[in-house]
Each structure stands twice: as C-alpha cells, then as structure tokens.
Design a protein around this ligand. Structure first.
Ligand SMILES: *Cc1c(COP(=O)(O)O)cnc(C)c1O
Ligand code: SF4
Length: 322
C-alpha cells in the first residue's frame, strides 16, 4: 500500500493502478482534470479486478477524454446564480458557500470537475468577509451550506472561524457541511476538526459515499467522532454505472449507512459533466432501481432520487410515478 497521495500517472503505474500502455492517455486526462488518490482509497482497490468499484470512481481512464454533445462545463448552472466568488444563491432561503476548491481525492465523475482541483486557491480573508456581509444583508438566508471542493480540507482553525462568523448572524438557523473527507481520508477527521464544529445553531454533516466497500472501520470511526458530538449525519450518493447501479449494491450501501447512524438523503442522477458519459445511467433505469429498492428496504434506507436540471434549472426529485 502506498503511503502518500498518488497524483502523477507514473505513480499510478508504479502502484499497479493503471497499465504502462495506458499512461499516455492518463497523462492527457490529468492535464484536463485533477487526479489524486489517498492511501486509504488506494488500499481499498483490488488492482486485479478491472471493474473494481473503488478504482472506477478514482482512477482516471481514457473515457474521460470523450465529450458528448449534451455535456456542459457548468452542468448545474452554478455561475448564473453566483453573486460573489465562492457563493451560489440559487434558492432564496439557502446559499452554497465554497471556501476551497481542494479535495483530498478527486472523483472521476465530479460535477464540479471544471472548478475543483489544482489552480483554484481557497478564498482569501477579503473574499470571505464579502460573503459574510452578503449573508448578513440577506435576512431570507436561513441555511448556509459549506461545499467546495471539500470544506473539511480547511484547517480546524479556519472551520472554527467560519462557524463563529455564522453564529453571529441571527437569521442563519442551519449550517450544513457537504464532505467526502470522512470517506477518502478518515484520519483527517481529527478531534480538533470535530471540536471546531461546535455551535449553538443546528449543524448537519452530509457525507458522500457511493459503494458499501467505502464504509471501512476507519470511516465509521471518523463518523463517530462527529455523531458523538451530537452532529446529525446524512449521506448523498451518485448513481454510477458499473459502481452502484444495481439493487443489491444500493441496498447494501444504504443499509450500511443507516446501520452506522447516517440517514441517506439524496441519490443524485449523474450530471452532464464533461467526460463522464461512461458513468451515466438512464433516468428510466434509475427510477426502476428506486422502485425495486423501496420494496426491499426500510424507509430509513431510501434517499430521494434527484436530478439537477442541466444548465441551472435546479434540483428536482425524479418522479416515482410518470
Ligand atoms: C444542492 C444545492 C443546494 C441544497 O439543496 P437541498 O435540496 O436543500 O439539499 C443549495 N444550493 C445549491 C446551488 C445547490 O446546488
Ligand atoms: S469530493 Fe465532491 S467536489 Fe471533490 S471531486 Fe469528489 S464529487 Fe467533486
């Protein structure tokens, strides 16, 4: 098992995650979209299995060089609703705050893949101050959602500073973090980070998990650090061809999440991000999976199946009945 983060195609070859013949293609992919695989994720990959569901999510492949006509650089239309750098205000009562573009590992299907990764620096103090002014000036903002990138990549000191700023705005009632860090680098969920989340307000953490094999003992331990401090945990997942687009895998994933105290919140239909066609399922297939899932499992294990209307129409639940 490699002990450092794998970033370069040559390192992926050395780790046995790609074959030497594929290196040139992966170099081209890595020039377009940032690559990083944490030691924890690398340790979960069975390099002998060409369809390994963890490898499919994190190891870059030639298929990412293929764009289809319906794909968009900004599939969810974030830019149209951005009053300030790092802030998206699409729904009146909540804003999405993106304090950093960095993630610990980069998902090959990421819908923000054009903006996450190398090159985008974290917001500076002036930019953060402008965002807090905006939130203060908009009393309709009831909830602030920290996203990114991965907001848990920030130091505990910076996370604590964000909490203190939001604590001081009385109309903000709810603070929500969207993070994949507990899954991809569970040791980075330290006591200091968990302590930094202390607030008088209602604070929720939404983790991102797509396959039951991601839910290792280390991941459970990271989640316990948060739930042990009274933080409610939710999850979001992305429906991914070859990774989790079958009833058995989704059942195992959602049951394992509920068994560790995490309520499945959303299952996202794949967004029209560039170079991700190989991950997409049809809406019909997704609906059929959800119908079958509902007969199999406790209601606690059933997330809402959501589609982000391409180009900025917003998220809508995919109807159970057409
Ligand atoms: C997804 C999203 C939210 C949060 O939506 P919920 O349905 O409340 O989880 C908020 N703002 C933006 C821009 C989003 O994309
Ligand atoms: S953790 Fe989220 S933002 Fe980061 S690469 Fe994965 S999907 Fe994209």
């Amino acid at each position: 098992m490699s002990m450092s983060i794998l970033r370069r195609p040559r390192e992926l070859v050395a780790a046995g995650l790609i074959s030497p013949e594929d290196e040139a293609d992966v170099v081209a992919v890595a020039e377009r979209f940032t690559v990083a695989i944490t030691p924890h994720i690398a340790s979960l990959i069975d390099a002998d299995d060409p369809n390994d569901p963890i490898a499919l999510q994190f190891v870059p492949r030639k298929a990412e060089l293929v764009d289809t006509p319906e794909e968009l650089a900004d599939p969810t239309g974030d830019a149209r609703h951005s009053p300030l750098k790092g802030l998206i205000h699409r729904y009146p009562d909540r804003v999405l705050l993106k304090p950093t573009h960095a993630c610990a590992a980069y998902c090959r299907f990421c819908f923000r893949r054009e903006t996450v990764g190398e090159g985008g620096e974290a917001l500076n103090e002036t930019e953060m101050a402008a965002i807090f002014d905006y939130i203060r000036d908009h009393p309709e903002i009831w909830e602030v959602i920290l996203s990114g990138g991965d907001p848990f990549m920030l130091s505990p000191r910076r996370v604590g500073e964000i909490i203190r700023q939001l604590d001081a705005i009385s109309h903000v009632k709810v603070i929500r973090f969207h993070t994949r860090l507990p899954i991809v680098d569970p040791e980075r969920v330290t006591d200091a980070l968990a302590d930094a989340l202390a607030t008088e307000k209602s604070l929720w953490v939404v983790i991102h998990a797509n396959h039951p094999r991601e839910l290792t003992p280390e991941v459970r331990c990271a989640c316990k650090k948060l739930s042990g401090r009274g933080i409610p945990l939710l999850s979001q997942s992305v429906l991914l061809r070859g990774v989790n687009d079958d009833v058995a895998t989704l059942t195992a994933l959602f049951r394992a999440l509920v068994a560790m105290g995490v309520k499945p919140y959303y299952l996202h239909h794949g967004d029209m991000a560039r170079g991700t066609a190989h991950f997409r399922t049809s809406l019909e297939d997704g609906l059929e999976l959800m119908r079958r899932l509902q007969f199999e499992v406790s209601g606690l294990c059933v997330p809402a199946y959501m589609l982000d209307i391409p180009g900025g129409g917003g998220k809508v639940p995919v109807g159970m009945v057409e």
